[in-house]
Structures are given as C-alpha cells and as structure tokens.
Design a protein around this ligand. Structure first.
Ligand SMILES: [Zn+2]
Length: 374
C-alpha cells in the first residue's frame, strides 16, 4: 500500500525510522560484542536500555531487538549455505568481522498493536516516535485493496523508497484443495530462454536480457564515477531493473500456472539449488544469474500454483540436458551446441531446452507417484 502522508506525518515517519534504526544498530553492536545472537538473550540484555535511551514504546523496542536477532539468523544461514563463499573468503571474513548495521531508512516491522487499518475510510493509524498518527491516507490498486480487506494478517513493513512511503502488508491466503493431476507440465529455467515448458513453449528472455545489458553498461560508467550522486543513481537503476525482472517473472509464471490448471496438469520444476552448477557462463552473465531472478521465477510459480490448487513437484535436474527424452540415453555428445539436442543412440532431435523440459516432466510424474504412494 502506498501511504499518502501530510508533510508533518511524513516527517514523523522519517524520524521514527531513523530512531528505530539507531536503536537497532545499538542492539546489533551489543549482540556482536557480547557474542549474544539469540532473541531471548538479546532482549534481556538490551530491552531496558533501548527503551530508555531511544525513547521507544515497548512494542517498538521489542521489534528493533527482534529485527537484529532475525538479521543475525539470516546471516548465519547465508554463511552456512555458502552464499558468502567458503571459510576464509574475503566476503565471509568481512561479514563476520563487524556488527550488522542498518541504514537510517531500513524497513520497520509493525504488528496490529502499532498499526490499524480503516478499510472503508482508507486511512490508517500508526505508531511513531511523535505519538500515534491517525487518519493517514493510503492507496493501492483495486486488486490490492480487495486482497488487503479480505486477507491481511500478520506484520506489515514500513518502507521509505525514492521519497515515497509504503507499507508491505502480509496477506494470508486460505489453502486451496490440490487437484489430482492427469500429467505434468515441466518448466526448465535457463538464460537465453528464461523458461521452457515440456509443451514446447519458450519464454524468451531477449527483451529482458537487452535491458539488463543496457543497465550493466550504465552501471559500469556510474561505478567508475564513484561519487555520492552516482551511487544514488546506481541504487535507483538496480531497483528499476529488479522491478522490470519481477514484472517479467509475474507474466511468465502466471501463464505457466494458468496453462497447467486449464489442462488439469501439475507442474514439475527443477530443483533450483543446482542451477548455478548446471549453467556454466562467462563472467558478465554470471552477475545477472546470481541476481536472484531464477529463484524469484521459481517462487512465483510456486505461490501461484498453490493459490490455484495446481500440484507442484521439484525434481533433480542432473543430466536433464544430456539425457534423451525418448530413449533415455545419456551422453554429452547428445548436445552438440547450446540449442540443439540430437540423440546419438536413437536419432531423436529437438530443441535442447524442450528435450530437457520433457525429462523434467517425466521425472515430475515419477516423483508425484512416489510421494503419493508414501
Ligand atoms: Zn534417444
């Protein structure tokens, strides 16, 4: 939801974010120095101090502490998953050598005690360090407003971005009965074609890749300038590219889920943990790959499928590009180049991505049968 605060209200929101993030930085420093990362211990150690020194209400103080504990938890799991490189790598060493810090505009979570919505008047009441602000107007698309009224549940995050204020409200949708599939449509994720289904539909990434390329060039020039305004522009560029990619991912995932539902089939998706190993790339491409886009497409497909009752299975993607979807023959030579699949055993030929997608589809059906027998 986009907030429409008056200038005074906006100033109060700004002061609140600043104060809460100062408090979080204080807590983070204590967590680091005392080597205390657990939420409960951290609260015992810092709660009284945070309330007094930063003049925060009870809820706000607890939220600031929880935010810090959560940040350390996700840092730990990122390190464990190897996302910051192996032990001793510079990135990992840097992350472990100092407390986590929060910028003055970092998001702040709100629960129902500090934030209440008036759907009819389209206003809300929100806690700030300047007291409770009432009658703050908000707006959203008709679909978003409908969803908010019917399903909002849980925390909302207050976000300040490019001079605008937003609340990201969590919505909890009821489970939909999962259909019994007559088969599986498979989705193979790639670089040149973002998604390929076993029906032979290719969702080309040409436009998006062109946009990315343009952004990358721009980034390089801005980075070379290395000034404060260049950094700000860079950030804005990055978010623009991210929104563009998210939009493309929404369109693709919606089409795939709609088609599966229409034909009564489930979706099999390759297990994304292996994708970085599978797709070998030249360096500049690697940057875009690591930028979460694949993972996002996978997660969009997953939540849209769940909302439609379309079953989803994850399958191991090993060898799918080398295996013949007709006879099962596995050979590196089956794939003479990026786009071509040509079986050296039975002579079957198809677009390489379509062949891979068929393999994943049949593995999906097997996986579904096994899990349901169990
Ligand atoms: Zn074959």
């Amino acid at each position: 939801m986009k907030l429409l605060p008056t200038p005074e209200q906006a100033a109060a929101l700004q002061a609140t974010l600043r104060m809460v993030n100062q408090a979080a930085n204080h807590v983070s420093k204590v967590a680091f120095e005392r080597n205390t990362r657990r939420h409960y211990d951290l609260r015992k150690l810092t709660y009284a101090n945070v309330r007094e020194e930063f003049a925060l209400a009870a809820q706000a103080a607890q939220h600031a502490i929880k935010k810090v504990a959560d940040a350390y938890t996700s840092l730990r799991s990122n390190i464990r998953a190897g996302n910051l490189g192996p032990e001793g790598s510079p990135r990992r060493a840097k992350a472990e050598s100092k407390p986590i810090t929060f910028g003055p505009d970092a998001a702040k979570p709100y629960d129902d005690r500090c934030l209440s919505w008036n759907h009819d008047a389209r206003t809300l009441s929100i806690w700030t360090t300047a007291g409770r602000l009432r009658n703050m107007a908000f707006t959203g698309s008709p679909d978003q407003l409908k969803m908010l009224t019917a399903h909002r549940k849980g925390e909302s995050d207050l976000i300040h971005r490019d001079g605008m204020w937003f609340l990201y409200a969590t919505c909890d949708l009821p489970d939909v009965q999962v259909l019994d599939p007559v088969g599986f449509v498979c989705v193979d994720l790639g670089i040149a074609n973002f998604a390929t289904t076993s029906d032979g539909t290719l969702y080309a990434g040409k436009t998006l890749n062109a946009v990315r390329h343009r952004h990358r060039e721009l980034r390089r020039r801005l980075q070379a300038r290395n000034t404060k305004s260049a950094k700000r522009l860079l950030k804005r560029r990055f978010r623009k590219e991210a929104r563009f990619a998210a939009d493309a991912n929404h369109v693709i995932s919606k089409r795939i889920v709609t088609e599966a539902k229409r034909t009564g089939r489930g979706i099999s998706l390759e297990d994304l943990s292996g994708i970085r190993d599978r797709v070998r790339l030249r360096k500049p491409q690697r940057v875009t790959l690591h930028s979460w886009s694949f993972h996002q497409l996978g997660s969009f497909i997953a939540y849209k499928a769940a909302g439609q009752g379309v079953p989803l299975v994850y399958v191991d993607s090993a060898c799918t590009s080398r295996e013949c979807s007709t006879c099962g023959h596995v050979d590196k030579k089956n794939r003479p180049d990026q786009a071509t699949f040509s079986c050296t055993s039975c002579g079957f030929a198809e677009h390489a991505d379509v062949n891979a997608a068929r393999n994943i589809a049949s593995r999906g059906a097997t996986g579904w049968a096994v899990s349901h027998a169990a």
